[in-house]
Design a protein around this ligand. Structure first.
Ligand code: ATP
Length: 875
């Protein structure tokens, strides 16, 4: 056995090997040590190898999924090795023969199909990055749904595309990981990276594989693939074939995303705007979570995909609006549809498990129930009125499945078990032969009950019972004190502490017929199950289309529901460079304010159309600058993903790339300080933004010294205005920048309005034309609870700074040390005009009157003595 184990392990060196022995998967050697630690299970020993104990641990087969999921989450790959023959067969070859075993599947993070291992509401992609010649490409597929895509990428965009796809496992050829310039890129995906041999990416082999998979002589029908695209797609297919050990799941032909088809959003922007998850990695609090009203797994995945990949084609976007708009108008049909969809199972995932031979009775039931809804939904759509294009298509794709649904309904029990092992999933009345065998089995069970009564009478033991367990099968049990009453017809089997167990020839016969009938029934059920699986796999394309149509309907009706309740409007997308939002709101902040029942969100307009395409936004802290910036970016993303938007009106000229520089955090893992991260992100924007881009920049330069920061911000504004010419929003605390408006015609200064009332500052959250005059930072500091002494001292410092020329003022402040004085002394009374008047110091006036450049050393020394006396009070 060890020989067999070692040879199988040798063929799967980078996986933990789950080696099937009876009801357990056993792990040996180093695998056992690693798994025992990762799963917190007992590590034992079994036998010897090369004179050493063999470490071993095991997990029960019936609970394997839970253990698998924990191992996968911790980054392991697991090869599942099953017995591939009946132990009886092995015995025939001789007493010591080992049962044949083989790996039936390699479980990796990107190739999961089990519901328990997957999040129902997001896709789990397996991706491959390939390079051929100078071109690069990324291909990605979801084994559990069959979704398969490929896209050429420029080297500079790989990070952005990866962050959009967000793969659960990323295959890359060895030679790419050797390139130092890609080190940073792969560092971001370290946990997902699975480095493969270069040969897996061979593009000639890839083309062959793809043709085989789809049974075509040429791939032209699916698109015009570049070599790198073929290489990436082929590597994925090969990898799936390897890990699924020959069983390739249903995969749609790889859909090619052409360059520019999608609004490109780089990694930092995606993260900072919290599109699908927040900065801390949660779904809750993200834009996706805020707008997600879908009621099926398929719908939720579609929404996440569409939000991650906003389109750039006006017609396609309009078609999506038409679908959402239809359900907005047809509220009755929408509610009915959503009610029906709420009960829909996850057709896509059930179908995929079936195609890789991992389907169970419950997956068939999911197909039955899912397809069973299609007829009603078609009816509902038809009655709702004339359908827009996308919904007409969905109506068609829902298809006709009466025959299959009927067959599955007749064949399957209402609520079948997850696995076939114990039978009981075929409905009575479906197969006469099965019914017969089951009757026989049940009849024998009744006979056993009768036998029990008869034995009680014959022996006079009232407490005599016929029981069953896995070791003895059926047996007769009496208490030990009645043993003398059992006649010769009973065969003694077991003595317990206070009970005796027997069998009898009659009981033996009945038990045998029950067991035989049971085995037969199970075999028959298994056969019928395979038939049904065959029926489903024969119609895999139609079922997949129906599943996609259901997801699409869920997506559109969910967005309509959202639009109605939150008053979202249908945007107008255009091919020009307009960007006019009237009454725009931040979807996430608005939802949070609604939830907390605080004051309502204040809507704001934004117009970045030509000649005023660069807004310079000033205003106090906490006034809502960041919120305003982000809301406009989010509105663009929502609009191009096909959703209605939180605004009264929105007109948006298609945005090709979205850039943002908002928020700041260290990237210490990569050795970058906050300011460095800020500058790297700003550099990306200034180098890549074009007229078609939308750029939001929040407080550029604040991470460094004031003059450095101001100068950098100044130069960035000029560059955006003169060179990039993007539609841009620029929020800053450097009020000095508003002076640029005189020179830069497309620069439009705006500010957040505040009201001063009884010494308090009230944030109105309104955007108005013009520049802000103050920052009110100290006011916010007080609100935040900074100690009163610190606030008082800060006000003093501010006034000194504001009064004089800056560097001179700083010198004065330093002279004014110790700063701690402020902590000890109460704040001086504030005068009527709001300024605290420090007592004038005569020594300072003398000092200010001196001109060191004009003094001889002697005069300087004299002056110093004089000043010293003044301060000591002698003068
Ligand atoms: N339009 C609005 N309507 C209602 N509340 C708003 C609005 N905009 C912002 N707020 C509230 O004000 C808070 C502060 O907003 P935000 O962070 O955008 O301010 P800011 O001007 O960027 O501040 P800072 O300069 O300190 O970063 C938000 O958390 C939100 O609760």
């Amino acid at each position: 056995m060890m020989e067999q184990y070692l040879s199988i392990k040798g063929a799967n060196p980078d996986c933990l090997l789950f080696y099937r022995m009876g009801d357990f998967y056993e792990l040996f050697f180093d695998d056992a040590v690693q798994a025992a630690a990762a799963l917190d299970i007992t590590l034992t020993k079994r036998g010897h190898h090369d004179g050493q104990d063999i470490p071993m641990c095991g997990v029960p087969v019936h609970a394997a999924e839970t253990y698998l999921s924990r191992l996968i989450r911790k980054g392991f790959r697991v090869a599942v090795c099953e017995q591939t023959e009946d132990p009886a067969e092995a015995k025939k070859r001789g007493g010591k023969s080992v049962v044949a075993r083989d790996v039936v599947r390699v479980v990796t993070p990107g190739t999961l199909t089990e519901d328990t291992l997957l999040d129902a509401r997001s896709n789990n992609y397996l991706a491959a990055l390939a390079m051929a010649g100078r071109g690069m490409a990324l291909a990605w597929l979801d084994v559990s749904t069959g979704d398969f895509r490929v896209q050429s990428v420029e080297e500079g965009s790989v990070a952005a595309v990866l962050s959009r796809v967000h793969p659960g496992e990323l295959l890359v050829p060895k030679r790419l990981t050797d390139r130092p310039d890609l080190y940073d890129l792969f560092a971001d995906w370290r946990d997902e990276l699975a480095v493969q041999s270069d040969s897996l990416f061979d593009s000639v082999n890839a083309e062959k594989r793809l043709k085989e998979q789809y049974g075509v002589a040429a791939l032209d029908a699916f698109g015009d693939y570049e070599r790198a695209e073929l290489s990436a797609a082929g590597a994925l297919l090969d990898y799936v074939r390897l890990t699924q050990v020959g069983k390739v799941p249903r995969l749609s032909p790889p859909r090619k995303l052409s360059a520019g088809a999608i609004m490109e959003i780089d990694q930092a922007t995606r993260r900072n705007l919290e599109l699908t998850r927040t900065l801390s990695g949660d779904r809750a609090g993200s834009l996706l979570e805020t707008i997600d009203r879908t009621v099926t797994g398929g719908g939720a995945r579609l929404l996440a995909n569409r939000l991650s990949a906003p389109l750039t084609d006006r017609q396609q976007i309009d078609a999506r609006y038409d679908a959402v708009g239809f359900f907005l108008e047809q509220a009755g049909a929408r509610d009915d549809l959503r009610q029906v969809l709420r009960g829909a199972p996850d057709l896509e995932r059930a179908l995929s498990r079936i195609t890789v031979d991992r389907g169970g009775p419950r997956d068939l039931a999911a197909i039955r129930d899912g397809l069973g809804l299609t007829a009603g939904i078609k009816n509902l759509l038809q009655k709702a009125g004339s359908l827009p294009a996308l919904l007409t298509e969905a109506h068609k794709d829902l298809g006709v499945h009466d025959v299959l649904v009927d067959r599955l309904s007749r064949a399957l029990a209402d609520d079948p078990p997850l696995i076939t092992r114990d039978g009981g999933f075929i409905r009575a009345g479906y197969a006469p032969h099965l019914d017969e065998v089951r009757n026989l089995r049940d009849h024998s069970r009744k006979l056993i009950a009768g036998l029990e009564g008869r034995y009680r009478q014959e022996t006079g033991i009232e407490a005599l019972k016929i029981k069953h367990n896995n070791v003895l099968g059926y047996f007769i049990e009496i208490s030990a004190r009645h043993a003398s009453r059992m006649g010769d017809a009973f065969i003694h089997r077991q003595t317990m502490s206070n009970a005796m167990r027997y069998s009898s020839p009659e009981l033996g016969d009945l038990a045998r017929s029950i067991s035989e009938a049971g085995d037969k029934a199970l075999a028959l059920e298994q056969e019928l199950f395979e038939d049904l699986i065959g029926e489903v796999t024969a119609r895999v394309t139609e079922i997949a289309l129906a599943a996609a149509a259901l997801a699409g309907l869920d997506w559109a009706s969910a967005l309509a529901d959202l639009a109605e309740e939150r008053r979202y409007a249908r945007p107008k997308v255009t091919d020009d460079l307009s960007f006019r939002i009237t009454g725009g709101r931040h979807p996430v902040v608005e939802a949070a304010l609604n939830r907390d029942g605080e004051q309502p969100f204040v809507a704001n307009d934004c117009d970045l159309s030509r000649d005023r395409n660069l807004w310079l936004l000033t205003g106090p802290n906490m006034a809502g600058k960041s919120t305003f910036l982000r809301q406009n970016a989010l509105i663009a993303v929502l609009a191009q993903s096909g959703s209605f938007v939180p605004a009264e009106q929105a007109e948006i000229g298609i945005v090709d790339r979205l850039f943002s520089r908002v928020g700041a955090s260290d990237d210490l893992a990569r050795g970058r300080s906050t300011f460095m991260v800020e500058m790297v992100e700003t550099a990306t924007i200034l180098n890549q933004a074009t007229e078609r881009s939308l750029v939001i920049l929040d407080e550029i330069g604040r991470g460094t010294a004031t003059f450095d920061g101001l100068s950098i911000a100044w130069a960035c504004v000029e560059h955006l205005h003169d060179t990039a010419k993007s539609r841009a929003l620029f929020a800053t605390h450097y009020h000095e920048l508003t002076a640029l408006a005189e020179r830069l015609p497309a620069l439009a200064p705006h500010c957040m309005r505040v009201k001063e009332w009884q010494g308090e500052v009230v944030f109105l959250h309104e955007v108005a034309a013009g520049a802000a005059d103050r920052s009110y930072g100290i006011h916010v500091a007080r609100l935040a609870g900074l100690p009163a002494a610190v606030v008082a001292r800060a006000e003093e410092v501010l006034q000194t700074l504001e009064r004089g020329e800056q560097s001179g003022a700083v010198t004065r402040l330093i002279d004014d040390l110790p700063l701690f004085q402020a902590a000890a002394q109460p704040k001086p009374a504030v005068t009527g005009d709001g300024s605290a008047a420090p007592p004038p110091n005569p020594a300072l006036e003398v000092l200010e009157g001196l001109d060191p450049d004009e003094m001889t050393p002697r005069e300087a020394l004299d002056a110093l003595y004089r000043l010293s006396r003044m301060i000591k009070g002698a003068d």
